[in-house]
Structures are given as structure tokens and as C-alpha cells.
Design a protein around this ligand. Structure first.
Ligand code: ADP
Length: 541
């Protein structure tokens, strides 16, 4: 072998912020703080504070390999932590504060977190858990002395005090690029949550891939507001790729209500945003009621659960915003596919383009995909055959933290648990989560397809389709629906709406109208709870 003669430079997370500081030093990071006021500073200031914070972490005894947890919203302080912790070889463990207390305690114990940084509006949560976290030796309130929470904890600090005590004279250490950098637990709809452990190399490569033109397509001319929280798979990588390209970053803090979000979109001239479907449903409802439009927003990335086609349409037709569909998972850092059109599609009709945009998209370089049948045979890329979706690539996990779940790979591929089709242009469409498909008479019905049709009805706010035991067909689809406020809808009208849109035997056998649907901590429909609650549903007749 003749070795090439290029430099050995590891791909390190801290270099992203260092790059932003040097080349986009005056580009802003704007935050709606938990304390209330808007905070704004630059990437240069962010980098300096991250270094001071890194020194503070070292001072309180954090070493390479230690896990440092955050219970926090999207803010500049959380951003500083992302860089300070991983910058010294420790591991940023983001915890979703919306999880059940038992899950949070399990995760902190499993990760053996040494320090927990928390936002002050989560003080009541910390009060409940602190006594039950034997591995945690420091609690840090992400605020200044004036807002220090009244908590009777011996080892309680304020983040601003820690930063103030340091001078920022720190060179980021030259770590091995395979050093673990981040830890994120899957929401664990079955069993205990499992930890996915990212490293510097996977994180930087994922940022490169995500920023590509046919993916997030983000640049130094963009203003990016990640509405997706930094505890939901690293806000889909935005805290890494925004500094990488020098995009202005707008952080919405804990105020996730539609009015607060809308005000930030407008005041900060946001051009690009990302979030799960429920966020946009709520925002649309508010904007409709208050007759508002976006003046700068051009593009929104929707993922985490299937984006209802009606939402893609509403974004385009009512708000002039291009809604793009993305798919991924915690185990994939998270990005796997992105729904951008190709040149040939631009010559096609609006409806043909719309059909492609509904799919979850094509893979970005770095991720390979295949679909297989039950025997493990690879299925054709014809857009019709559907099977288990498997992936591999440098930002896909090869096993969970501490070996949980054993050997998860199948011949070197990671089984996603999703069922999908792939067409000859490489566009993947999720038909279902494998545990959510409705098995009727030996055939499969896609619960997502049924939900998408229901939600396209003007009176429907949200819908879930689940398989319920049936004496003749094994399972039949039951549709559970939340109507829009004031809307009037009955079973017969809604079921008639399915006619001609799916095969007759796909039409749900019954509809239940409810006030609200249960969601997971990341905003997905909690199908398991619905199956528990309605599994005994008595079919009409
Ligand atoms: P968890 O797996 O813990 O619920 P993740 O955020 O990792 O949390 O969820 C990944 C799963 O979410 C995917 O495997 C898929 O089922 C679903 N998902 C993500 N994005 C989409 C999408 N655009 N369309 C349909 N399902 C999606």
C-alpha cells in the first residue's frame, strides 16, 4: 500500500465552534432565555464562554469519559455545554425532561452521570430526583446568581458563577476522533430506554452530510431556528451544522407556545426551521385564528413522525413555505433521508411533485439503506415492495451503551424497526413502524396511510389508527380522532371520506371521537397506550 500524504487531523466537535468564531465571529446566536428576556451574542463570544465553561468542568473534577447530563431547552447556555463538555473529552448526555420521573432516574443511573445542568424552570423536577441520583456529585442551575433556585442541595452551583471564575485561556485538546462525545437515550416505547453513544467523528460527518444542499441546505445566509429540542437527538444536529456553515441561530428556550414561536420567527427573520408535526399543527391553529403570515420563513423541515400530506400542502398554499420531509432516528444521529426533489421532478406537475414530497426522501451520502423480507432477502427498489428497513453508515450505531440489547446488527446492518418501500429513484417511504402495522386477513394495512387520510379532512385535528383484534380478520383498523374546535363530524361522513383513497378493505371498521390523543415525550402518537386502552373495542354489529 502506498499511503497518501495528507495531514492526520481528527474530526473534532470543538473545531466547528472554533471555525464559526474565526470566520463568522460576528454572526449572532439569539435566545429567548428561561428567565424571560432575549439574549443575543456572537459565535466568538459563544466560543470563549464554552472554553471558560470547559475550564470550570475540569475544575470541578470532570475528566475524559465522564458523563455530564443536561435537563435543558434550546438556549445559548445549552449550546455552550454541547461544546464545553465534548471539547474536553467528556460526554454530553441530553435528557428529555418530558419523560416520566422513573425513566429519568433510570437514565441518570444507567449513564452514571457525574453532573447535571438544569434549566431553572425544571427546578421542581430536580427537587424530586436529586435525592435518588447517587452518581451525581454536582447540580448546576443554568442561570446567574440572581435567579439561583431555592434548592436545599449542598453541591448546587450557578452556571454563570462557574464561567465567571475562569479566564478562557484554553486550547481544545487534540482528542482521538473516536472519543465518545454525546449520549442520547431512545424514548423506549418498549422496555427500558437504551443509550446511543455518538463520537466526534460521527457527529462531524453527520453535520457535513446534513448541511448539504439537498438536505438541510443551510448556509451563512440563513437564520435557523431549531424548534426541535436539543434533547431530541441533538436538535437533529443543528447545534453542530449551524456553526459549521455560519448560520445565525435562534433558540426558542422553553416558550414553545405558538405565539412565542411566531414572534421569534418574525423578529429574528428566521428563514429555516425544523420540528415535529405537532408543533406546526399548533402553530397553524394559532396563525389561522390571528390571521398571521410568515414574512421571512422559506423552508421547514418536518420529521420525527410522518408529516401529514395536508401539512405539506398547507405550508405551501397558505404560508408560501416549502415543507420538506426528513426521516431518521436516535440510532442514526439522527438523519437518514431527506425529501428534496430532483431536477427531473421540477418539470412534472404540482401533484406529481407533491406525491414525491410525501415520501420520507432519499438517503444522503453516508447512509446506505435496504429493505428485506422476513427471510432476510433484499426486496426490489420498485416503490411497491415493502419490508424491514435496514441501514448502515458512519453515523449509525453499532450497539447500545453498556451492551444493552446485545448484538443489534444483522450482517452489519442496523434494523430500524420501520417498514418501508424504496423506489428506483432512491426515495424511501415509511409504511409503518413494524409494531404498528395493522394485520388484517394475512395482509398489512399501513396505519400511517389511514391517519394521513383522516387528517386531510377539514374537521380533523389529529388521528390515530390502530389494529384491534377481530374474530374473522385477526385485526381490523380502528380510527381514533380528535376534531378541530367547534367542528362537527360523524362516523359515517368520515368513513365516506376514505372512499376511493384506499382499497375498500383498508377503510377503518369504526371511528372513536376523543378529546385528545396520548403522545410520547418526543411528540409521537403513543400507539401502545391506545392499544392498551382501546384493544377491547367492541366492533359495530
Ligand atoms: P424512538 O425510536 O426512541 O421513538 P426516535 O426519535 O429515534 O425515537 O424515533 C425514530 C422513529 O421515528 C423512526 O424509526 C420512525 O419510526 C419514526 N420517524 C422519524 N421520522 C419519521 C418520518 N419522517 N416519517 C415517519 N416516521 C418517522
Amino acid at each position: 500500500m502506498l499511503r497518501g500524504l495528507m495531514m492526520d487531523q481528527p474530526l473534532l466537535i470543538a473545531s466547528l465552534l472554533e471555525h464559526a468564531s474565526e470566520n463568522h465571529g460576528d454572526t449572532e446566536v439569539v435566545t429567548r432565555t428561561i428567565e424571560g428576556p432575549i439574549h443575543r451574542y456572537t459565535y466568538a463570544q459563544c466560543n470563549l464562554r464554552a472554553k471558560r465553561l470547559a475550564q470550570a468542568l475540569q475544575r470541578i473534577g470532570i475528566h475524559s469519559g465522564d458523563r455530564v447530563a443536561t435537563l435543558a431547552w434550546n438556549t445559548h447556555r445549552h449550546l455552550e455545554l454541547y461544546y464545553a463538555i465534548s471539547g474536553i473529552g467528556a460526554i454530553t448526555h441530553t435528557i428529555n425532561p418530558r419523560l416520566f420521573i422513573e425513566q429519568i432516574l433510570y437514565i441518570i443511573g444507567h449513564a452514571e452521570d457525574r453532573v447535571v445542568f438544569f434549566d431553572i424552570n425544571l427546578t421542581p423536577l430536580v427537587e424530586r430526583i436529586a435525592a435518588h441520583c447517587p452518581t451525581v456529585s454536582h447540580w448546576v442551575a443554568m442561570t446567574d446568581r440572581d435567579h439561583r433556585p431555592a434548592l436545599a442541595l449542598a453541591n448546587l452551583h450557578c452556571m454563570e458563577d462557574l464561567i465567571e471564575a475562569e479566564d478562557g485561556q484554553l486550547q481544545w485538546p487534540a482528542l482521538d476522533e473516536y472519543t465518545a462525545s454525546g449520549l442520547c437515550y431512545t424514548s423506549g416505547t418498549t422496555g427500558n430506554p437504551k443509550g446511543v453513544l455518538y463520537h466526534h467523528r460521527s457527529t462531524v460527518l453527520h453535520a457535513y452530510g446534513s448541511a448539504l444542499p439537498d438536505v438541510f441546505g443551510v448556509s451563512a445566509r440563513d437564520v435557523l431556528m431549531p424548534v426541535v429540542p436539543m434533547f431530541h437527538v441533538n436538535a437533529w444536529g443543528s447545534p453542530y451544522f449551524a456553526p459549521m456553515v455560519g448560520a445565525k441561530l435562534v433558540m426558542p428556550g422553553a416558550a414553545m407556545d405558538p405565539q412565542s414561536l411566531y414572534e421569534l420567527f418574525e423578529a429574528e427573520k428566521v428563514t429555516l426551521s425544523a420540528g415535529v408535526p405537532t408543533v406546526w399543527l399548533n402553530l397553524f391553529a394559532w396563525m389561522r385564528q390571528h390571521q398571521r403570515q410568515f414574512s421571512t420563513l422559506r423552508r421547514v423541515v418536518v420529521g420525527g413522525s410522518a408529516c401529514p400530506p395536508a401539512m405539506i400542502r398547507e405550508f405551501a398554499e397558505t404560508y408560501g413555505v416549502d415543507c420538506q420531509h426528513a426521516w431518521g432516528m436516535t440510532e442514526m444521529s439522527p438523519l437518514g433521508t431527506y425529501g428534496q426533489l430532483k431536477a427531473k421532478h421540477l418539470e412534472q406537475s404540482g401533484e406529481a411533485q407533491f406525491a414525491i414530497k410525501q415520501k420520507q426522501g432519499r438517503t444522503l451520502f453516508g447512509v446506505s439503506m435496504k429493505i428485506t423480507d422476513d427471510a432476510g432477502n433484499t426486496l426490489p427498489r420498485d416503490g411497491k415492495a415493502f419490508g424491514d428497513l435496514l441501514v448502515r453508515g458512519p453515523w449509525v450505531t453499532r450497539g447500545y451503551f453498556k451492551g444493552e440489547g446485545g448484538d443489534v446488527l444483522r450482517d452489519g446492518w442496523f434494523p430500524t424497526g420501520d417498514v418501508a418501500t424504496i423506489d428506483d429513484d432512491g426515495y424511501m417511504a415509511i409504511t409503518d413502524r413494524s409494531k404498528d402495522v395493522i394485520k388484517s386477513g394475512g395482509e398489512w394495512i399501513s396505519s400511517i396511510d389511514l391517519e394521513n387520510i383522516a387528517i386531510a379532512h377539514p374537521a380533523v385535528a389529529e388521528a390515530a389508527a390502530i389494529g384491534v383484534a377481530h374474530p374473522k380478520w385477526d385485526e381490523r383498523p380502528l380510527l381514533i380522532v380528535v376534531c378541530k374546535p367547534g367542528a362537527d363530524l360523524d362516523r359515517t361522513t368520515l368513513l365516506a371520506f376514505f372512499e376511493g383513497k384506499v382499497a375498500k378493505w383498508w377503510v377503518p371498521d369504526d371511528v372513536l371521537f376523543v378529546a385528545e390523543l396520548p403522545h410520547t415525550a418526543t411528540g409521537k402518537l403513543l400507539k401502545m397506550a391506545l392499544r392498551d386502552q382501546y384493544g377491547g373495542h367492541a366492533w359495530p354489529g
